[in-house]
Design a protein around this ligand. Structure first.
Ligand code: SF4
Ligand code: SF4
Length: 481
């Protein structure tokens, strides 16, 4: 992936890949995240990790529709500019932000009066309890939730409005024989060119130099909420109790200790991979300025080959620690992107996202097996155009290549395990060889914890002189009680 001569400004970045083929929609990932990071008053409606059913309009409603929410970047005079206007523009109308989803677009969080169920006196009728708003305490008529469309519930009403049906005859895909479904788990993308960061008039959002994690400084935030509108993935949230915004922190306290994020650790389907990517930070601006369908190849060209000795030397010169360089070489994310199996979510938002997805193949296997030439992708159950709109700014070619490679891999492994005769030619058709196919199979199907999560520890104490810091932290008045 190295694209230009050295020297360059090399940085390291944590990234994630999710294999949509393996997501079973169990929502297990959302629960530990919720319990650890957003189990507070004011954050009840906030899900740093949520799982949506596709097709669907998602959480918050219509988050992908930037004509509505005006998130992310657009090209103006061949330069990327914030769709909702830059910082100066925002300062002039700081008390007026029309591009903001309201609580109903997310959902009004609720609970139940469980005591009423367990402590009601014996009677002829079973006690019942109604949902109560966690914001007002009033009884609530439920109309929406974070996964209201689960397993296509109400798809005829809402999912039909999914923007990824652009250029498709959407009614056709809601007929019983044509309907399709898959799950899309989502976290903050920790973008290379974050719309949230650029939108904050307060400068409260920053990207960590050492690993690219995007964080929001609660002390600096004044609750203007322009980050909420500026993020096209709607992954910053406003806490109605603290009047501050907050967002996914990529579980940085765990990451620093060499552990994967909670969503990844707990994932039942083992769909998630975490690894380091080395990239050329000097090229972010020019990359975000290419035409829509060139964004995916342009972003891959920013990533650097960690096996290249020149890249390694330049990374060391740029202060990247050895354990990060070594982790980049073993990075499962690098492999999946390099093999052209993983694709970015909505690259046309121009934030250069760092959570990528392997397109789903499962619902089409029967067709795949009937089409050994791998050529008949048009007959697949999930329309290619839909996946292209989701993962490649409408360009079908990269989705086609990823799906053809996955199909070839299945056909090859089947030929080994079922027919006992390796069908190598099927691999050659899609530019693979047997050694590579076995490596892919291992990572996609049977990789263990250490292979799926290659997380180097951050040892600040080893690299910085912390002696002058002694006595600067510790107990503050009133903290000892
Ligand atoms: Fe910011 Fe995350 Fe949204 Fe990217 S996905 S713009 S990093 S909140
Ligand atoms: Fe999908 Fe894994 Fe989350 Fe389950 S835990 S919904 S398999 S991402």
């Amino acid at each position: 992936m190295t694209a230009r001569p050295l020297p360059m400004k090399i940085k390291a970045h944590f990234a994630m890949v999710m294999n949509l083929d393996k997501c079973i929609g169990c929502h297990t990932c959302s629960i530990p995240c919720k319990n650890v990071w957003t189990n507070r008053t004011g954050a009840e409606y906030i899900w740093y990790n949520n799982v949506e059913t596709k097709p669907g309009i998602g959480y918050p409603k219509h988050w992908e529709n930037q004509e509505l929410w005006k998130g992310g970047w657009v090209l103006k005079n061949k330069k990327p500019v914030l769709k909702a206007g830059g910082k100066i523009d925002k300062l002039t109308k700081i008390f007026y932000n029309p591009d903001l989803p309201q609580i109903d677009e997310y959902y009004e969080p609720w609970t139940y009066n469980y005591e009423h169920l367990t402590q009601s006196p014996i009677s002829k009728q079973q006690p019942a309890t109604r949902p109560q708003s966690l914001i007002t305490g009033e009884n609530l008529a439920l109309k929406w939730g974070p996964n209201w469309e689960d397993d296509l519930a109400g798809a005829q009403v809402t999912a039909i409005k999914d923007v990824n049906f652009a250029d498709l005859e959407r009614q056709v895909y809601f007929k019983f024989q044509n309907v399709f479904m898959f799950w899309l788990p989502r976290i903050c993308e920790h973008c290379l060119n974050p719309g949230c960061l650029a939108s904050c008039p307060q400068g409260a959002i920053y990207k960590r130099d050492e690993d690219g994690i995007v964080l929001l400084d609660q002390e600096k935030c004044r609750g203007w909420r322009f980050c909420v509108s500026g993020c096209p993935y709607k992954k910053t949230y406003f806490n109605w109790r603290t009047h501050r915004s907050e967002k996914c922190i990529f579980c940085y306290p765990r990451i620093e200790a060499g552990l994967p994020t909670l969503c990844a650790e707990s994932c039942v389907g083992r769909i998630r991979y975490i690894g380091i990517m080395l990239y050329d930070a000097d090229r972010i601006k020019e990359t975000a300025a290419v035409p829509d369908q060139e964004l995916y190849p342009a972003q891959t060209s920013v990533f650097l080959n960690p096996h290249d000795p020149e890249v390694q030397a330049a990374a060391t010169r740029n202060g990247i620690p050895d354990n990060f360089i070594e982790a980049a070489q073993r990075s499962p994310v690098y492999k999946l992107i390099d093999w052209k199996l993983a694709l970015p979510l909505h690259p046309e938002f121009r934030t250069l996202p760092m959570v990528w997805y392997i397109p789903p193949l499962s619902p089409i296997v029967q067709v795949a097996e009937k089409s050994p030439d791998l050529g008949d992708l048009e007959r697949l159950r999930i329309p290619l155009r839909y996946l292209a709109n989701l993962l490649a700014a409408g360009d079908e070619a990269p989705v086609k290549l990823a799906l053809r490679r996955l199909m070839a891999l299945r056909a090859y492994m089947r030929s080994i395990h079922v027919e006992d005769t390796p069908a190598a030619p099927v691999l050659a058709e899609v530019g693979l060889n047997e050694a590579l196919a076995r490596e892919m199979y291992r990572l996609l199907a049977i990789a263990d914890y250490q292979e799926r999560f290659v997380v180097p520890t951050i040892r600040k104490e080893a690299e910085e002189d912390l002696f002058p810091e002694r006595g600067a932290t510790g107990f503050t008045p009133g903290s000892t009680g």
